[in-house]
Design a protein. Structure first.
Length: 387
């Protein structure tokens, strides 16, 4: 037993701290989705049956509809298009998985036109999200997704789908596309420009259902207004995202006051962690691009000295985490921690790095952090619930 305890302690000490990933619990998906489906003659009955089966498979483990007692639900609307677009099901028609299972097959039928104008389908989806759905809706904070299933890509000038797609993406809508290869026509080249980056697929892709589900769970991993999601690259908005959000505060405060301020800004928020160089660099890039943070830069982070160890701040009533591997101290630091038990990033001639300071007398700007809203954490506009 003692040997096992020693080995466990050694293993724990060698595990690197890492930031929370986005949750991937498809059961708890909470989104508003519009499926925009090409039902022109070229799509064929077989193609539409395949689309119906795919949609049912994608959402088979999620809760379809809306439930006042369970906010982690997904509403799915259905729009078909050929020369015109038709609303087959609004966001409130399918109120259960059985509704969806029975309705999707009956609602997906081949139309009478060979023409296929995706712009019309996207425009109707846009109306569903931003005109027919009131901005005061209890689901106004739910992320919006469009899944396009298409076998043809037509339209120039006023019928080009690109301006509509760009407008939707600018408004925060995630667009997933699935190109259907019919009669050897090949994958639709234009769909790549329609889709949110990396979310364009074809019906011949291996593991299509898990790929679409992963895109949905990524769309469901987000930050509330005034918070920015930590991602692999600050410069690349579409780089892989992590399950944490950051907010920079340009109102100088002592470390302890900064900690309390973070906790009061959003439920379960705390002073930011820098578990590795990548996270430090991301925060510093954000600092340099935030009004009120000026050269030479200094800002509090969550590192502080507690009971003989440097510990990272955590949500209120959660145990702090010891900093075990990464360190980025200014040369000559840390100094004796008895009177200098808080840490801020400070800029010197070499870099912006850690410096321990007095917790109750040194005022600086600061950085708050909170877990992202995702399939493990349901958020209201006022805070993280984490059902």
């Amino acid at each position: 037993m003692k040997v096992l305890l020693v080995l466990s302690a050694i293993l724990a000490s060698t595990l690197a701290l890492s930031d929370r990933p986005c949750s991937n619990n498809i059961t708890n998906l909470w989104l508003d989705v519009v499926a925009v489906v090409d039902n022109s003659i070229g799509m064929s009955s077989d193609g539409l049956n395949s689309v119906a089966a795919d949609l049912i498979s994608v959402f088979s483990s999620s809760r379809i509809g809306s439930d006042p007692n369970e906010p982690r639900t997904t509403r799915v609307a259905l729009v078909t298009y050929n020369v015109n677009a038709t609303l087959k099901a609004d966001l409130n028609k399918y109120q259960s998985n059985n509704d969806f299972l029975n309705g999707i097959f009956s609602d997906l039928k081949v139309g009478s036109s060979e023409e296929s104008f995706l712009a019309n389908g996207l425009a109707l989806a846009e109306q569903l999200f931003f005109v027919k759905e009131s901005s005061s809706s209890s689901r106004s904070h739910y992320q919006k997704v469009i899944i396009v299933y298409a076998s043809a890509f037509e339209g120039i000038d006023s019928l080009s789908p690109l301006p509509v797609a760009q407008r939707l993406r600018t408004d925060g809508v995630t667009i997933i596309t699935v190109g259907y290869n019919q009669d050897g026509d090949g994958v639709l080249k234009g769909l790549q420009e329609i889709a949110t980056r990396s979310y364009n697929f074809t019906n011949t892709d291996g593991a299509l259902i898990p790929k679409v589900q992963n895109a949905l769970m990524q769309a469901n991993c987000f930050c509330m207004n005034e918070w920015e999601q930590y991602r692999d690259s600050y410069a690349d908005l579409f780089s892989p995202r992590h399950g944490v959000c950051l907010q920079l505060i340009s109102l100088p405060a002592i470390w302890k006051a900064a900690q309390m301020s973070c906790r009061n800004r959003f439920k379960k928020a705390y002073l930011a962690n820098e578990y590795d160089q990548k996270k430090h660099d991301f925060i510093f890039e954000k600092v340099k691009n935030t009004t009120g943070f000026n050269y030479p830069y200094s800002y509090h982070i969550g590192l502080n000295y507690v009971n003989g160890a440097w510990m990272w701040d955590q949500p209120e009533n959660h145990q702090m985490i010891e900093n075990t591997d990464f360190s980025y101290w200014i040369p000559g630091y840390p100094k004796a921690a008895s009177q200098m038990s808080a840490v801020q990033n400070s800029q010197n001639s070499l870099a912006t790095a850690w410096q321990n300071v007095a917790m109750y007398t040194v005022s600086s700007n600061y950085v708050c952090e909170v877990a992202s809203c995702d399939t493990s954490n349901y958020c209201t506009p006022s805070g993280l619930i984490g059902l």
